[in-house]
Design a protein around this ligand. Structure first.
Ligand SMILES: [Zn+2]
Length: 593
């Protein structure tokens, strides 16, 4: 039958299957000893067995995609809302799956009834927390509890009578709010148009402040103010591995699509509505090796410009990479410029340029794809129908021969930093979101607190403090903001999340010397490494989920990341793991508590 969209399950299970202690527990069948058939809160072991089947298919049948039928049925026994065919939310599913597995594998067959005094009745909140934890341990004991559950303390203060209420709750997914409006600084290197009277100016790197709702147009306007070039003469490009891979044309697009590790370069251009030309530098080594290098160029040329004018223009832009010698001999004729197509393959232009008669003899007449030095051949003559969509591609080839001793390799990537740059270039950090998490917040209309003294629901001030951290920490970045019953906004903010070395200790209550009311967390360092990310693309209910994961075990954390996208598994680079789509993060504590 139709199972509906289940990629939220697939991506969640992919990440969870990389939680080594739980996976080992299932694959070794150790879990069979713990199945608790009598727990009324569980599924009589159905969910645990369904999860076992899924894991063994993933690990032992070389199958990268889970068949969620049985898992879905079993979790519906525990949480009937998952019986439907609509796409559910990955973090909710995960929290229910962990709870359900815990109840199915709870080693406590008969839970003792325990009543504790209200936490605020204790002299010491620390003792109240420890007793709450101990009471929980006597009712709940499982591999899930040992690894995935932490504890936090919620303190509510009634705004009317000021009564304080303290509760301690276990958690398996940390739900972290994202601020609605975030200011970030986007770095852009500006390549100014050089004229013939200066030898050359290095690009200047600016930091442009934008908000999460800004458009590309806002970004370019901000840059224009900083660098003094009018916005219509700036072409914003995305540069990757020495090539221009994207030109921002849609001014209404949001800046949220720009990642913190994108290299943005804005070029000063003459007339944006002419032939856009993309120039890539290549180095030719004596042993025949060729590789792209340096900052590529983006220029615009009128079709009636001659090949000589194009050559002179390019020479003005690139000669900063050549040491100035005051030598008349070092001029544009030394440049080897090749006409290529959008794939970088040379184009034979000899048919349009009279069989190469006009070519500079020093460059050799035999090569039909080199740009001529002619003052009579125009770009229009040269390109004709080869100018697809008004884009024109050139390679500048730097060989050792003509440039030996004068080519300045340091100048290739040299950039001057403008004062608008500051440390805050990476948008919002996970640390900032977590600090928000522990700040006091006023409960909203939909989420009031019942004050037992006033006997009514009030918008209390609530403060959450983390008391105990789990070995495996699951963090849900709340990208969906509640607007109304039928509308939820998605925040595509880039959150900079550390791959290695997330330090949670500053977000925990700790013993700060004299304050005996503070809870001492264990002495084990709370440093975590990322091993899984569930990504969400698109809107709530219509989106697509993928997962990025890496393996680990007792011997340590692996370095190779894989991307799981439906049934496709591909290797991926660590630098691409965190994107604005990151939705649920899976961290492992370096030293288990
Ligand atoms: Zn009250």
């Amino acid at each position: 039958g139709n199972l509906g969209n289940t990629c939220f399950m697939n991506s969640s299970v992919q990440c969870l299957s990389h939680a080594y202690p739980l996976t080992r527990y299932f694959l070794t069948n150790e879990y069979l000893d713990d199945i608790n058939e009598s727990n009324p809160l569980g599924t009589k072991g159905n969910l645990a067995r369904a999860y076992d089947t899924v894991l063994k298919e993933l690990y032992w049948s070389n199958q990268s995609y889970i068949n969620p039928t049985q898992l879905k049925r079993s979790i519906a026994l525990f949480q009937p809302r998952f019986a439907g065919y609509s796409q559910e939310d990955a973090p909710e599913f995960l929290a229910y799956l962990l709870d359900g597995l815990h109840e199915d594998l709870n080693r406590i067959k008969s839970k003792p009834y325990i009543t504790l005094p209200d936490a605020e009745k204790y002299q010491n909140v620390r003792i109240a927390g420890a007793e709450a934890r101990e009471a929980d341990r006597r009712r709940n004991c499982s591999v899930l509890r040992d690894n995935f559950y932490g504890q936090y303390q919620s303190t509510c203060v009634c705004p009317t009578c000021k009564q304080v209420s303290v509760t301690f709750d276990p958690f398996n997914v940390l739900n972290v709010h994202l601020p609605m409006e975030v200011t970030r600084t986007i770095q852009i290197a500006v390549v100014k148009k050089n004229t013939s009277d200066v030898w050359g100016i290095d690009p200047v790197r600016y930091g442009v402040k934008v908000s999460s709702t800004s458009s590309i147009e806002n970004l370019i306007d901000g840059l224009s103010e900083l660098c003094g070039i009018s916005a219509e003469n700036l072409a914003l490009c995305d540069v990757h591995e020495f090539r221009i891979c994207d030109v921002y044309i849609d001014m209404d697009e949001k800046v949220s699509k720009i990642h913190s590790n994108d290299l943005l370069v804005a070029y000063e251009v003459e007339d944006p509505n002419t032939i856009s030309t993309i120039v890539t530098h290549h180095a030719f080594l004596a042993d025949g090796q060729i590789f792209p290098m340096g900052v590529p160029l983006y220029c615009t040329f009128r079709p009636e410009m001659t090949c000589l004018e194009v050559r002179e223009y390019l020479w003005c832009q690139v000669r900063r990479m050549v040491r100035e010698k005051g030598d008349q001999d070092v001029n544009s004729t030394r440049l080897v410029i090749r006409v290529v197509n959008n794939k970088g393959k040379p184009i034979d232009t000899s048919g349009k340029t009279g069989g190469g008669k006009e070519r500079d003899p020093t460059l050799g007449n035999v090569d039909p794809s080199l740009l001529p030095s002619s003052s009579s051949i125009t770009l229009n003559d040269l390109l004709g129908e080869d100018c697809v969509d008004n884009y024109f591609f050139l390679h500048i080839e730097w060989t050792d021969g003509p440039w030996k001793g004068i080519f300045d390799s340091d100048a290739m990537m040299r950039c001057t930093n403008h004062s608008s740059l500051n440390a805050n270039v990476y948008g919002l950090s996970l640390d900032q979101c977590l600090s928000n998490f522990t700040k006091p917040e006023r409960l909203d209309e939909h989420n009031k607190y019942y004050c037992s003294k006033c006997k009514t629901h009030v918008q209390a001030m609530k403060t959450i403090k983390l008391c105990q951290l789990p070995n495996i920490l699951v963090i849900h970045l709340k990208r969906f903001e509640f607007k109304s019953t039928f509308r939820r906004n998605k925040l595509d903010t880039f959150i900079d999340c550390p791959i290695n070395g997330l330090d949670m200790s500053r977000h925990c209550r700790q013993n700060k010397g004299k304050d005996c009311n503070d809870i001492i967390i264990d002495e084990i360092p709370a440093v975590y490494d990322l091993f899984g990310v569930t990504n969400h693309y698109g809107r709530m209910g219509f989106g697509h989920y993928t997962a990025c994961c890496r393996q680990w075990d007792d011997s340590g954390m692996g370095e190779d990341w894989s991307l799981f996208d439906d049934s496709n598994v591909t290797e991926m680079d660590e630098t691409n793991v965190i994107t604005p789509a990151a939705y649920v993060l899976f961290y492992r504590r370096r030293i288990f508590a």
